[in-house]
Design a protein around this ligand. Sequence first.
Ligand code: FAD
Length: 411
Amino acid sequence: NNLEQYDVVVIGAGPSGALASSLLVQKGWRVLVLEQQAFPRFSIGESLLPQCMAYLEDAGLIDTLHDNAAALGFQFKDGAAFHRAGQNTTINFTEKFTKGPGTTYQVKRADFDKLLADKAQGQGVEIRYKHTVVDYCDEPNGASLVVHNEQQQAYRVNARFVLDASGFGRVLPKLLDLELPSNFPVRSAYFSHFKDNISDTSFDRNKILITVHPQYSDVWYWLIPFSDGTASIGVVAQSERFNDDESSDLLNQFIEQDPYLKTLLAQRELLTPAKNIKGYSANVSKLYGKHFALLGNAGEFLDPVFSSGVTIALKSANLIAPLVDRYLKNEVVDFDAHYAQPLQAGVDCFRTFVTGWYDTRFQDVIFYSEQNTQVREMISAILAGYAWDTNNPFVAQSERRLNVLAQLCQN
Ligand code: FAD
C-alpha cells in the first residue's frame, strides 16, 4: 500500500545492514530492513579483523557474538600466519601500534549474519526476509522503493533515507548507474568447507593462514580454521590461471600444488562441493546521493587477501549512522566530508597493501625476518583492520612508507 513510510529503509541484512539499522533504531528512528534471502544463508567472508569488534561493541552487538561463538564453531583469532616456499611467518594482532581490540573470530557467516540480524531485530528493527528491492525512485522528501515480496507481488515503501547494504547485489549502483570497474584485474576464487583433520601440532588454529603459491606469486590460498575441526579453504588467482575442471577438483589440485598445504591438509575431507566467485572487485562513482548512501560491498570491494571486507562494511555503517541521524533531525550534513572521504581513506590504505601484495612488495615485507619491532607493530595494526588510524605512518603515507620498507627488505 502507498502508506508505508519509514525513516530509514536498509537494503540487505548482512553485516553492514544489521549494524546500520541497529545504530539507527537505537537513536529512535523507524527502520525497515528488506532482505532478499531467508536467513541463515551462506556468505563468503569468514575471517574478521579485530577492528570490527569495536564497531560491534558500539552497537551493543558484541555480547551475542561472545555468548554464541563456541556453540557455533566460531574460532578465536589473534593474528595471521603466512607461508611462502617453505618460509613461515606470523603477525600477532595483539602486538600492534593502534590501541583497541587485538583479537576477534573466524565465523561461519550464515550464523554470524543471523546473530547480528536477530539482535538488531530484538533492538526494534523490522526485518522482512525474502523481500527483494527492485526499483528506487527519488522523491522530494526521500525515496520510494519498489519491493517484491515472497509471492513476487510488488509493493512500495517510502523512506526519508535509504541505505544500500546489498553487498554484491549492488542494488543502487545498478539501478542508478553508479557502477565503475575496479582497477584490479579480474580474479576468481574457488573455496569450500572441509573437515581439515590437521594433526601438525605446530599449526596455530588461532590464525588465518595465507599461503603464496610456490610458482605464481600472485596466486594465494586462505585456510580459515573454525573451532569445530572444520575450516574454510580457498584459492585466489586471475581467472586465466584456472581451467574448466569441476570446482572441487580445481580446488584440490591447487592444494596439492603447494608442498606445505599438501602435507598439512593430507587428511582433509571436503564437506560441500566447492564454489566459485569471479570478478568480485568493484567500484562506484559516488557513495551517496540526496536520499541514499552505499554501505560495505554495495560501494567498493577491493580484494579478499587481508580479510578487510566485513571490517570496511562495518566501518561504513559506523560512519553513516550518526550522519543519517543528524540528517533526519533536519540538520545540514556533509556526506562527502564526513562519510565518503573518511571511509575512502582507510579503503585506500588497504588498496596500497593489496596492490603491494600482488606485485610482491608487501610479500617481501611480510616475509622479511629481521623486521624492526615498531615497524612490525605498525604493519600489524593495519592487518588488524586499523587502517583509519592516521597516527600510524603506514596509514598516513601508505604508498611512500611501503616503497621505502619494501626496498629495505628486498636488499
Ligand atoms: P553482504 O554480507 O553481502 O550482505 C548483503 C545482503 O543483501 C545479502 O544478504 C543479500 O541477500 C542482500 N541483498 C542483495 N540484493 C538484494 C535486494 N535486491 N533486495 C534485498 N536484499 C538484497 N571479508 C572479510 O571480512 N573476511 C574474509 O575472510 C573475506 N573473504 C572473502 C573471500 C572472497 C572470495 C570474497 C569475494 C570476499 C571476501 N570477503 C571477506 C568480503 C566479504 O564477503 C564482504 O565484504 C562482506 O560480506 C560485505 O558485507 P555487506 O554487509 O556489505 O554485504
